[in-house]
Design a protein around this ligand. Structure first.
Ligand code: M6R
Length: 367
């Protein structure tokens, strides 16, 4: 079933261009995002004044990207809540709340219980799920399926890309329905260009990143920094590394550095920095570049993920991983790929089984 691949994870990482393309297919009409499953359900999006996205693990990082996209396009406040935290307090929700759940398996007990809890309190529920007919979509008012195909490796990769894609589609769909996106043509073009750009990153960075991981096989800790939609990707890069290579890893919002994490920087400490494009915001870009200077000055080994042609990062980076140019909401789908490859290559260099990491199950069906 693995085909010629060394692991399911390697196969699933490579399948991401199709996972993204299949999730988009059939959901664009006349230059607009129209999700057929949501036909007749406009009320879900017009009759609300807040959105809560709930999920666990990797799906919760896709949720964080979704927060930026939905707020930007649909102009409605979005909170992201870990499912197991959400239902063990007394959250303020009701008929004006749309609770979006995200789950690859559709069977994660924590997420399922959060959805049931939200429904009991009168919230509207929509699930983003990769498994047809699973329990979570059956318990929800509406479902938007991701079409990543079956994911076997414990570490989620193509499902994550498909989840982000579905949330971008949902954000644009909601924006159209709510009348807050007048012209989606640029974003639709960005969406359609994604599969090829993801394929380009796989093609251009596979060898470079694998080599880098080989050099770093003895590393005991790796840090990841990101800002805006790069922040959830920093969290995801760290989780992938923890899960399959058993190396201590932490993701931080780059702006938090001086509020604590910079104390961790000592000579030789590897730090991945996800640099947002200067084309989106020169200010945000310059802030991340100063973070890079600050950690470099303290001896960090800086591995930068930046868009092609970003010359500002070159003087301060030990390694540069390039991603193609993309719109602000679309960069996460490109930036995550080298981090997945890095985790996989490091685990392989340590002789570990990347598909079946210790202590973990693919689907967590107990609380
Ligand atoms: O099936 P789900 O998407 O609900 O699973 C949620 C998490 O358990 C899952 O993403 C987990 O964090 C993965 N092992 C991450 O690689």
């Amino acid at each position: 079933e693995k085909g010629g691949w060394s692991s399911f994870m390697a196969k699933e990482v490579a399948e991401q261009p199709e996972a993204v393309a299949n999730t988009i297919r059939g959901r664009i009409q006349d230059g607009q995002v129209v999700i057929p499953e949501l036909d007749g359900l406009d009320e879900l999006f017009t009759g609300i004044n807040r959105v809560i996205i709930t999920a666990c693990g990797t799906a919760s990082y896709a949720a964080l990207v979704g927060k930026y996209a939905i707020e930007q396009w649909a102009r409605v406040a979005v909170d992201v809540e870990l499912a197991h935290e959400f239902r063990y307090r007394d959250p303020v929700i009701g008929a004006d709340t749309l609770v979006v759940s995200i789950s690859q398996s559709g069977e994660t007990m924590d997420t399922l219980m959060a959805v049931k809890y939200a429904r009991e309190r009168g919230a509207r529920t929509l699930s983003v799920c990769n498994t047809q007919g699973a329990t979570i979509p059956r318990e929800s008012d509406a479902v938007v399926y991701t079409h990543a195909g079956p994911e076997v490796a414990v570490a989620s990769t193509k499902a994550f890309s498909a989840q982000i894609t579905a949330l971008l589609l949902l954000g644009l769909h909601m924006g159209r329905v709510r009348g807050t996106v007048a012209d989606a043509s640029t974003d639709v073009a960005e969406l359609l260009a994604l599969p090829e750009k993801v394929a380009a990153v796989l093609e251009s960075e596979q060898e470079h990143v694998t080599q880098l991981a080989g050099w770093m096989a003895d590393t005991r800790s790796v840090l990841f920094l990101g800002r805006h939609v790069g922040y959830p990707i920093a969290l995801e890069g760290a989780l992938k590394l923890k899960e399959i290579s058993y190396i201590h890893a932490e993701g931080f919002a780059a702006g938090e550095l001086k509020h604590g994490p910079i104390a961790l920087i000592e000579p030789g400490q590897p730090v991945f920095v996800l640099v947002p494009s200067p084309r989106h915001s020169a200010l945000v870009h310059s802030k991340v570049v100063s973070n890079i200077q600050e950690i470099r000055a303290r001896g960090a080994r800086v591995i930068v993920v930046a868009e092609e042609g970003d010359a500002a990062v070159l003087p301060f980076a030990d390694e540069v991983i390039h991603i193609p140019l993309a719109g602000p909401m679309f960069e996460p789908l490109l930036a995550v790929v080298p981090l997945q490859i890095f985790a996989m290559a490091l685990a392989t260099a340590k002789g570990l089984d990347v598909d079946q990491p210790r202590n973990l199950a693919k689907s967590v069906t107990v609380e």
